[in-house]
Design a protein around this ligand. Structure first.
Ligand code: 6R9
Length: 628
């Protein structure tokens, strides 16, 4: 297996110098050097911007492969997200704007949010939930989900949020895996104008889930569904019956804050455990310096709280910053493909943090939808979840950003808890490249012997030193946890393939477990997909490796065409030719199949292993994370 030479584009967009002047991060290079000179001092300074009930004694203790951060510090994340702002000038500031699928809207100020969190926290206590107990949250994207998360954090309960799109088997596995004592749910979620019952799914998931003592149900439908007395409690009744004041539990920096099962693009989901102090510092730091959240912003992260992006950058990071956040239960193309742009105009959204899969979907619908709305409130765009291929970057930059807004393409993982690589505001942007490691993060790209590769050569992405919001444990699977730190010189292996250019900009080539080796050459699925998507006829593409007697593997490509294009032998030839000239003959698929849809995880990642298994007539494995 050889490390491959990658031809890199040198296209650059120079940002308006004013963006840097006004950004929290004025000089990323200087900050980066600041970390190198004094790593612990760097994190210490950031930690002091937050409140600790008892100051920590040491920044970190690293006993490979276990790290502890902010030793003996005591704090509470909900206190830092709420009470800290109430005491200051943000008391009456809107914390959450919510937009329902049916057009209704709600808002909660920081004051109101704290009131509800305190009461609900007491409600959980009355159900016997205490510090260290696990609570499962299975709810749609409504403010009550955030209230539930913060209430858990307030009393020291560990939440395990399960995305509302999961079915009963997946939910059962997560409830029993984490030993949840209470499950918080809703009667239904609303999508595309349809009511999708959630409670029956939970009922099925609860069969043989013996750890669960109570279920709390948010009832939004009329007439109200009936509840089993004692076992099931109404969300608001529980809240109203409870005391209004709930002092935040004093949590050790290393006490767990939550468990989150990873998206499961490959194999079985893993319960990633994050702790209090380090996660708080890491998400606060990046919400400030990468997402550049200011008091005047209306911030929208389009993810669902059920994913790490939602945990870190809808809930914790932005609320630690005292931001006004926008959330919606709706879908991006209902009632039409203009709805997101309409929200931006309606709420004056200034920071939009979204995913390449959404951007590519909007590209398919065309510019007329965003062009109908006033998007002038936007000042910063962000992307996360998959490589932002150059075509999607260009569309986002020109059509949404009007050729002037900075785009932060943030590379990170459930395991990293916070952003790791991006192009900080004010730095030149290179389409196709996520950017450089952020100040505080040291990375490298290595070959299979663990030796750093030169620019232009692909290799494994590793993280060289621990960081505050790193995964602390895989729930009940220490062996799996240890595997993360099996990189060269005790580094963290990200399972992503990447390449760097001469200036140190990193391009993510896709999961290394999605690597296809054709005639001894490593081919990243993302590279071939990006080449296909660069063709004007292709909206989305997925490629998989199929065993081949001659080459070891051959490449099979699935493509979704843009509107106005139809499948013809000529078009397929054009696509193959296009890959040949962009990536070279080695990367040319042996076959192209035109399809109507691609299997994706609910967080929008293409599930290549499902395509591959279907093709080979094999068992596709765990399908719990698949989108219908
Ligand atoms: C935050 C999140 C992690 C995997 C990661 C990588 C891919 C995420 C990316 C990106 C290229 C980016 N990924 N952000 N690839 N550019 N900006 O998505 O966490 O669900 O754990 O997925 O997602 O392959 O390894 P998670």
């Amino acid at each position: 297996m050889s490390n491959k030479q990658v031809t890199l584009s040198t296209k650059k967009y120079m940002p308006d110098p004013n963006y840097r002047k006004e950004a929290w991060c004025k000089d990323a290079e200087h900050a980066y050097q600041g970390y190198i000179t004094d790593p612990d001092g760097f994190w210490a300074r950031i930690s002091h911007e937050l409140e600790w009930f008892q100051p920590w004694e040491t920044v970190k203790e690293w006993q490979y492969p276990f790290a502890r951060w902010f030793i003996n510090g005591k704090t509470n994340v909900s206190y830092n997200c709420l009470d800290r702002h109430i005491a200051g000038h943000r008391r009456n500031k809107v914390a959450i704007f919510w937009q329902g699928d049916d057009g209704s809207t709600r808002s909660l100020t920081y004051w109101q949010l704290l009131r509800e969190v305190e009461r609900f926290a007491n409600g959980l206590k009355s159900l016997g939930v205490g510090k260290g107990d696990t609570v499962c949250i299975y709810m749609p994207n409504v403010p009550e989900q955030i209230i539930a998360m913060l209430a858990c954090a307030r009393i020291g309960a560990v939440h395990s949020v399960v995305f509302a799109g999961f079915g009963s088997d997946a939910l059962h596995a997560r409830i029993t895996g984490a030993g949840a004592k209470v499950v918080i749910t809703a009667d239904a979620s609303i999508r595309r104008g349809k009511t999708i019952p959630l409670k029956p799914i939970l009922e099925e998931a609860l069969i043989n889930a013996t750890s669960v003592d109570h279920v709390v149900v948010l009832r939004t439908q009329t007439p109200k569904i009936s509840l089993l007395s004692d076992f099931e409690r109404d969300f608001y009744e529980l809240m109203e019956e409870s005391d209004k004041n709930c002092a935040p539990e004093s949590m050790d920096a290393e006490d767990p804050l939550f468990i989150l099962y990873t998206s499961g693009t490959t194999g079985q989901p893993k319960g990633i455990v994050h702790t209090t102090g380090g996660y708080m510092v890491g998400t606060y730091y990046t919400s400030k310096y990468v997402l550049d959240i200011k008091d005047s912003d209306v911030y929208w992260c389009t993810a669902d709280p059920g994913w790490i992006t939602g945990h870190s950058y809808i809930v914790y990071g932005p609320l630690l910053m005292g931001a006004t956040i926008f959330i919606t239960e709706g879908t991006p193309d209902y009632p039409d493909a203009g709805i997101w742009w309409k929200y931006i105009e309606k709420f004056g959204i200034s920071i939009m943090y979204t995913a390449p899969t959404a951007i590519r979907m909007f590209m398919r619908f065309g510019e007329e939808y965003p062009n109908r709305y006033d998007l002038s409130s936007l000042r910063l765009l962000g992307s996360v979840g998959e490589p932002l291929n150059p075509e999607a970057f260009e569309w986002f930059y020109h059509t949404i950003g009007k050729g002037k807004l900075p785009i932060v393409d943030t590379w990170w993982q459930t395991e990293t808890g916070m952003h790791m690589i991006t192009t900080m505001i004010g730095e030149p942007m290179k389409p196709g490249f996520a950017g450089k490691p952020i100040p505080g993060i040291l990375i490298d790209i290595v070959d299979k012997e663990g030796k750093p590769v030169p620019p232009g050569i692909s290799g494994q992405l590793i993280i060289k030193e621990p960081w505050p919001s790193m995964v602390r444990m895989v729930h009940q699977n220490e062996e799996r946890y240890r595997l993360y730190w099996s990189g060269p010189e005790n580094s963290f292996t990200a399972s992503d393939l990447a390449v760097r250019d001469e200036e140190g900009y990193v391009m993510i080539l896709g999961r290394s477990d999605d690597l296809i080796i054709v005639s001894g050459h490593n081919i990243g699925t993302a590279e071939v997909e990006s080449a296909l998507v660069a063709h004007k006829a292709v909206a989305e593409a997925a490629v998989v490796g199929i065993p081949d007697e001659m080459k070891g593997n051959r490449i099979l490509a699935f493509v979704l065409l843009r509107e106005g294009f139809i499948e013809t032998p000529k078009l397929k030839q054009d696509l193959l030719y296009h890959v040949r000239i962009t990536l070279g003959p080695i990367a040319v698929p042996s076959e192209i199949r035109v399809v109507d849809s691609l299997p994706k995880t609910r967080s929008g990642k293409i599930m290549r292993r499902v395509l591959r298994a279907t093709e080979l007539g094999e068992d596709p494995g765990d399908l719990s994370t698949i989108e219908e």
